[in-house]
Design a protein around this ligand. Structure first.
Ligand SMILES: C[S@@+](CC[C@H](N)C(=O)[O-])C[C@H]1O[C@@H](n2cnc3c(N)ncnc32)[C@H](O)[C@@H]1O
Length: 218
């Protein structure tokens, strides 16, 4: 005679196996949906940004892969959640002010502003190219959240998180920007970098992830 516990266990295992099969079957479709949505977002973000509108030592507009960008933002969220300086009684971490340096037309500022998934209470971006900022302001309606500035002279003290994807192609100019960023940031602020030149060797910041892209100002 079959014991009740045995039949109950096998029923449970069958049910879990069925659910796992359903989940596995839905993954390819889900990935395809993401690809289509990413293409739509990239198309929407294509502003035909004017070439040659940046100084010689600068990079022009090169979009960061969206998957890479959001992987960094999730890693940032994890680092902020674990950090006592950012603790909040109800939220994952206290609301943070966010700045993108070299935002082009503001595609990433726009994407972050479209969702309340992340806990940013101010999302700004600047670029040295006025035509790019004007094109982005017209396209996304972000108004004064996008502005024209030079990363080599900007004062970063008003922000909790500063993100950049290498604005300067000249190594010395990029290092000068990163030094300026670190000198003017408030202690405890976070940097999210892509393609950085010197952050990894700077004693005034500490790495907060194993990919060396999240840093905290000491
Ligand atoms: C690699 S692209 C960044 C792309 C952007 N993060 C994205 O993924 O959508 C570099 C950007 O830095 C800007 N840039 C170059 N020199 C700059 C400077 N001195 N100050 C501010 N922005 C600058 C360029 O105009 C360009 O839009």
């Amino acid at each position: 005679m079959e014991r009740f516990a045995d039949s109950h266990d096998s029923f449970y295992i069958t049910e879990v196996a069925e659910q796992a099969n359903e989940l596995a079957a839905s993954i390819p479709q889900l990935l395809e949906k993401i690809t289509v949505l990413q293409a739509a977002v990239n198309d929407f973000a294509n502003l035909n940004l004017e070439e040659g509108a940046v100084p010689e030592e600068s990079f022009g507009y090169i979009p960061l892969d969206l998957g890479e960008f959001f992987a960094k933002i999730f890693a940032l969220e994890q680092a902020l959640t674990l950090d006592v300086d950012y603790r909040h009684p109800e939220l994952r971490h206290r609301p943070c002010t966010f700045l993108e340096v070299g935002c082009g037309g503001g595609r990433l500022v726009h994407l972050l502003s479209c969702t309340d998934r992340f806990n940013f209470d101010k999302i700004h971006g600047f670029d040295i190219s006025e035509p790019m900022i004007k094109a982005g302001q017209a396209r996304y309606g972000l108004g004064s959240n996008l502005f024209v500035e030079d990363c080599l002279t900007f004062d970063y003290s008003g922000y909790d998180v500063v993100f950049f994807y290498r604005p300067l192609q000249d190594d010395d100019a990029e290092t000068a920007f990163e030094n300026r960023l670190i000198e003017t940031l408030k202690p405890g602020a976070f940097i999210v970098g892509a393609g950085q030149e010197s952050l990894d060797n700077n004693r005034k910041v500490v790495a907060k992830d194993d990919q060396n892209s999240i840093f905290k100002r000491l």
